[in-house]
Design a binder for this molecule. Structure first.
Ligand code: SME
Length: 152
């Protein structure tokens, strides 16, 4: 299973570092390199009521800070649940990052009941994200929740 290999690669990358910035950097690099349908791969961290963009692979985003109530990112953090959008042009919550983006998955990084941040992936393919992507990214989010040490 390709996804098992990707998870093992992320686990190895995370285990090789203790610094949170490097852990997040290696995680997004590994995901983006392994899964070509991940056109933009990033991690946002929650500071107060704002999601702040951390390491990413892809074009620079105009949304470096997203208030909790806004976008698909804000919705996933508020609902504390994974959101998959098959066609971003049909979702009124969507904040555009690139005109080529067609679908998106956002997976919260949860420590108990607390949202630390989230993994955000865009694809140029319509309905690119399957149950396998959800399973992989929720496992990666759990790994990050255990591994990141973030300022309070
Ligand atoms: N599309 C996101 C904004 C972040 S960019 O995709 C990097 C959203 O709707 O919240």
């Amino acid at each position: 299973m390709k996804y098992d290999t990707v998870l093992a690669d992320v686990r190895a990358a995370v285990a090789a570092h203790s610094d949170s910035e490097q852990i997040m950097r290696r995680t997004v690099d590994t995901l983006a390199k392994s899964l070509p349908h991940y056109t933009w791969t990033g991690i946002y961290l929650l500071y107060g009521n704002e999601l702040v963009l951390g390491p990413y692979v892809g074009k620079p985003s105009p949304h470096e800070r997203i208030p909790l109530g806004r976008g698909i990112c804000g919705a996933a953090a508020t609902e504390q649940a994974t959101i998959i959008v098959d066609d971003v042009n049909n979702d009124p919550r969507y904040l555009a990052c690139s005109v080529e983006t067609r679908s998106e998955i956002v997976v919260p990084i949860m420590k108990g009941a607390e949202v630390l941040g989230e993994i955000d992936i865009d694809s140029d393919k319509l309905a690119a994200f399957t149950a396998d992507d959800r399973e992989l990214l929720e496992a990666v989010a759990a790994l990050l929740a255990r591994s990141l040490t973030l300022p309070a």
